[in-house]
Design a protein around this ligand. Structure first.
Ligand SMILES: [Zn+2]
Length: 290
């Protein structure tokens, strides 16, 4: 082959690579079709927790997947048939009521990034999740320090906790490692703390202070006595509290104590067992229930 022919061949290869790159970019844009508003949906998956964030830039974020494959029905109702990518899936901690539905999500949807506190657990549900992650080749990033994801102008996913390294550890209480996120759309902030107990809430208050001020708070641990402490409510000052809970669940969630604590502060409560999916819309300045 002459030098000239070789250069021509290289030119063709580079040209093809560029065309492919353009194609990928176009696909990315079309999949990520812009939306008018940002939606945060607390999904009714029974006793457990699963929250879908649909950003105005077209990204989808799923925080936990509830106990079983009911999550697929809920996602199907809230995402269009062609919307098969979830940009970030977060498994807050390895308890079944948070990760049980995630293997079926990984089978049905293309997941770009998976966040996990890295705690190991000996349950079959945990093993099924690990198997699904490796079968689908999903990139996993552990959270052992604060991580911030810029999703577009004024939209940020701030992963606040754990800021402690739990990776590879089998701890007594998985809730201690629960991922805590703050999602911001302009002036509107949402906080989801998984099952984080009161000592984690106190840690968050001491580390982050006024950064914890939000409009919408999901009660920790389904409204159990172990979370949503007074110091945490003082720091977060929510305008509304969401409780993700199954009707007549055997744990007695939410407890009268937490309900009374919120009532005393005149904070409205929205519950998935009473309302089904709770859909909140934000334009970056106001948030409303629809
Ligand atoms: Zn839970």
């Amino acid at each position: 082959m002459t030098i000239k022919r070789f250069k021509q061949l290289i030119g063709i290869v580079i040209g093809a690579a560029l065309m492919l790159a353009v194609l990928v970019a176009v696909l990315f844009v079309s999949v990520h079709a812009r939306r008018f508003e940002t939606e945060v949906i607390f999904l009714d998956i029974g006793q457990g927790s699963a929250t879908l964030i649909k950003t105005r830039y077209g990204q989808n974020i799923l925080i936990d997947g509830g106990p079983d494959n009911r999550i697929l029905d809920r996602l199907g109702r809230n995402l269009s048939f062609f919307d098969r990518t979830i940009d970030i899936v977060i498994a807050s901690h390895p308890d079944a009521d948070h990760i049980g539905g995630l293997p079926s999500v990984l089978e049905r949807y293309h997941v770009t990034l998976f966040l996990d506190p890295g705690v190991v657990h000996s349950s079959t549900v945990y093993a099924a999740l690990q198997e699904a992650l490796s079968r689908q080749n999903v990139p996993v990033r552990y959270v052992s320090s604060r991580q911030t994801y810029e999703l577009g102008k004024a939209e940020v996913l701030d992963v606040l906790y754990p800021d402690i390294d739990f990776v590879g550890k089998d701890i007594e209480d998985n809730n201690e490692a629960s991922i805590v996120v703050k999602f911001s759309d302009g002036d509107i902030d949402f906080m989801i703390t998984g099952d984080a107990p009161q000592d984690v809430e106190e840690h968050l208050v001491s580390v982050y202070g006024s950064l914890l001020d939000v409009e919408v708070l999901e009660a920790g641990h389904h409204g159990s006595d172990t979370s949503t402490s007074d110091p945490f409510l003082d720091a977060t000052t929510p305008e509304v509290v969401i409780i993700s809970v199954g009707a007549n669940n055997r744990y007695g969630h939410p407890t009268p104590r937490i309900i009374n604590r919120l009532k005393r502060r005149a904070i409205p409560i929205l519950r998935t067992d009473e309302m089904g999916d709770i859909r909140l819309w934000s334009d970056g300045e106001f948030v409303e229930l629809r």
